[in-house]
Design a protein around this ligand. Structure first.
Ligand code: SF4
Ligand code: SF4
Length: 307
């Protein structure tokens, strides 16, 4: 069996900030929780979440002969707060090149190195791109706990982190210890959420969540809903900003490979961009997920057309 320390060393050398390993097994305990969440309609119009239920529960359906899930974390806690200070605000993770591409490249590199060290390894890399319960695997790998705001919280890195996985067919020693939930009696995230979208600890009604309203919902935002956006035009960081674990979290210099942020962008700049300019400037960032028309409309609603 391959030692988890060796795998962690490879991950850290590539530039990930943390790595852990868990054994592949069916996530039977999540079945009821997830179907209740869907049954309550908390996913809104994100119908893709209803699909591939069985794949989500059992990663051996994703990689033939899968034995281990390697979870990795990449912090984006670079301390660049200015994009959040003045409306229209952008969630921190979106203020840089799309993390999917960067993390996928890093995970493929890791898979290559595993092959160099351990011979034939069948595996696949996942970053939000397939039906994988990534937070649950990260918890099982000892990388943190799921906070009342439903985010994965790592004791050192906080929750401004991207999560990725390599599911492989080699047996790697799993991490021996899971992190205990360290939220304790704190309820700051639940109290701070402007729309009370955190229904009970760890459960979000996406239909009320600003991230969903500004990014995922198919239906356009109505004029009467502007107050619900609390000044955000893409995503929302409130329930992470108030979290004490982020206050003391380690800052990182920048994401690997020098991806730059667009710290300091103003409402005026966003509202006045043409579609071509938007694509040139933000085409490779997560903002393109919502798209030009949606962001422009949201910015105009927030600023009353006067950025
Ligand atoms: S992201 Fe914002 S709206 Fe969504 S649960 Fe957190 S605080 Fe509430
Ligand atoms: S704000 Fe408090 S309750 Fe919410 S996730 Fe952070 S520690 Fe947990």
């Amino acid at each position: 069996m391959v030692g988890s320390n060796q795998v962690e060393r490879i991950a850290l050398d590539i530039g990930f900030h943390a790595c852990g390993v868990s054994r592949v097994e069916r996530l039977g305990a999540l079945e009821g929780i997830y179907s209740n969440w869907l049954g309550n309609g908390y996913h809104g119009s994100m119908s893709y979440m209803e699909r591939n239920f069985e794949l989500r529960l059992d990663p051996s359906n994703l990689v033939s002969g899968a034995k281990s899930v390697i979870s990795v974390l990449l912090s984006y806690n670079t301390g660049d707060l200015s994009i959040n200070i003045k409306p229209p605000r952008i969630a921190r993770y979106a203020a840089r090149a799309d993390y999917h591409f960067l993390m996928k490249r890093m995970l493929w590199e890791m898979l290559n190195q595993l092959r160099e060290c351990y011979g034939k390894v069948n595996g696949r890399a996942f970053v939000d791109s397939a039906p994988v319960f990534e937070r649950e695997w990260a918890v099982r790998a000892g990388l943190g706990w799921i906070g009342k705001n439903s985010m994965l919280i790592n004791r050192e890195l906080g929750s401004y982190i991207f999560i990725g996985e390599l599911i492989v067919d080699i047996e790697i020693e799993p991490n021996a210890r899971m992190e205990r939930n360290r939220c304790g009696t704190c309820t700051r995230c639940m109290d701070a959420c402007p729309n009370k979208a955190i229904i009970v600890p760890g459960v979000i009604d996406a239909r009320k969540c600003i991230s969903y309203l500004t990014i995922e919902r198919n239906e356009p935002i109505a004029t009467g809903e502007v107050a619900n956006l609390d000044g955000w035009c893409f995503g929302c960081d409130i329930c992470q900003e108030v979290c004490p674990w982020n206050r003391k979290a380690k800052k990182v210099d920048g994401l690997a490979q020098g991806t730059k942020t667009f710290e300091g962008i103003s409402a005026m700049q966003l509202a006045n961009l043409s579609k071509v300019e938007f694509t040139n400037q933000f085409g490779n960032t997560p903002l393109s997920r919502a798209g030009y028309e949606k962001i422009k409309r949201t910015v105009e609603l927030i600023t009353g057309g006067k950025p």
